[in-house]
Design a protein around this ligand. Structure first.
Ligand code: 13P
Ligand code: SF4
Length: 350
């Protein structure tokens, strides 16, 4: 367990991390990407961390892969690559850095390690889990196979390496429907997200999609009733939902897609008001690039994603820990499932 007080003392021995307005001004180019959502006083607090992390990245030949749910100071300040789960997985196969710092949750870091076994993969907080990844084990996959003999198992990347290893192929929210449609079987097992599976089942009616009973604690909380009430108060608002939301929520929305899909949609459509039914940092990260869009309405925080902070990233690069390791036999099987997804996505032009 990371002792925050010890970490702070040790960091203070090596870096000047006091709020610094001069440094904040020196880093004005980075700040310009988030000044709509990060107050100047906060930027002065972040700037010394951003400068120290970017210096350490160069010294250690490290890249930061950051998910779209990271806070703006991580997303714009230190990330080399940002994206949804599919983009980050693909990038993990491409980078020639020696070290990957995964600013996201643990399954994403495991996926990077599975795809780049020769690299050092760091996760700044090992407690950055995921309710979906925690909802199923390899035994759960075996149970589903016993219930639906011969049906292929398509597992969401939001799973542990052991679950990926027990699956035939992975999917993300970017490619789930196309991957399920491409399976050579009438019945397809999807794990672990019941809502993603139910949303996919409607898009691929030719398949009998069956699912595990998992859910995302962030997206399951949105309701169709909330959307209806919000639309009454704010007519004309464009409602955009992640497919981890229940089908009734997706039905009540104008668009549903992965985090990359959502960014692309809002960037293309530029609605006057947009309500993003997903994690709160999504709107913050694109607010500066889209000054014509007002992001309105509720969003939910992912408590796991929010465990990743600049301070922990600095500590991680300073100590080169915690390192993510995956048993080689498990990794080999899991790599097959992830690589099949990447290859099929490429083939399908996703
Ligand atoms: P994306 O692949 O759409 O980025 O989703 C990952 C995730 O965890 C959403 O909750
Ligand atoms: Fe997992 Fe949901 Fe958090 Fe995504 S938002 S990491 S699915 S708990």
């Amino acid at each position: 367990m990371l002792d925050i007080a010890v970490m702070r003392d040790r960091l203070a021995d090596h870096y000047d991390l006091a709020p610094n307005t001069e440094l904040a001004e020196d880093l004005a180019d980075l700040y310009a990407k988030m000044d709509r959502v990060v107050p100047p006083a906060d930027w002065a607090i972040h700037a010394p961390y951003v400068a120290a992390i970017n210096r350490l990245k160069r010294e250690k030949n490290a890249v930061v892969l950051a998910h779209n749910y990271m806070t703006p100071e991580i997303y714009h300040g230190i990330a080399d690559v940002v994206g949804d789960s599919l983009q980050l997985a693909i990038e993990a196969t491409r980078t020639d850095a020696d070290v990957i710092v995964q600013c996201g949750v643990h399954f994403m870091a495991e996926t990077s390690k599975i795809l780049s076994p020769g690299k050092t993969v760091l996760i700044p907080d090992t407690g950055a889990g995921c309710s979906l990844a925690e909802s199923i084990t390899a035994e759960g996959v075996a149970e589903m196979r016993a219930k639906y003999p011969g049906a292929p198992v398509v597992s969401y990347v939001n799973t542990t390496a052991e679950v990926k290893a027990a699956s035939d192929i992975c999917c993300t929210s970017s490619n789930a429907a196309q991957i399920v449609a491409a399976m050579d079987s009438d019945t397809v097992i999807m794990t672990p997200d019941k809502y993603l599976a139910q949303n996919v089942a409607r898009e691929v009616p030719q398949k009998n999609v069956v699912w595990w009973d998992g859910a995302c604690i962030v997206h399951e909380r949105f309701t169709a009733e909330d959307i209806a009430a919000f639309r009454d108060w704010n007519p004309g608002t464009r409602v955009i939902a992640h497919p981890e939301c229940p089908p009734a929520v997706v039905d009540a929305s104008d668009y549903s897609g992965s985090t990359k899909g959502i960014i692309d949609y809002v960037s293309r459509e530029k609605p006057q008001n947009a309500m993003l039914l997903t994690e709160c940092s999504m709107a913050s990260n694109i607010a500066d690039a889209l000054p014509e869009v007002d992001f309105v309405g509720p969003c939910n925080m992912c408590p796991y994603m929010k465990k990743i902070t600049l301070e922990k990233v600095l500590w991680s690069l300073h100590t080169m820990s915690p390192e993510v390791d995956v048993d080689e036999q498990v990794a080999e099987k899991a790599r097959g499932a992830v690589q099949r997804m990447i290859d099929l996505s490429r083939q399908l032009g996703i």
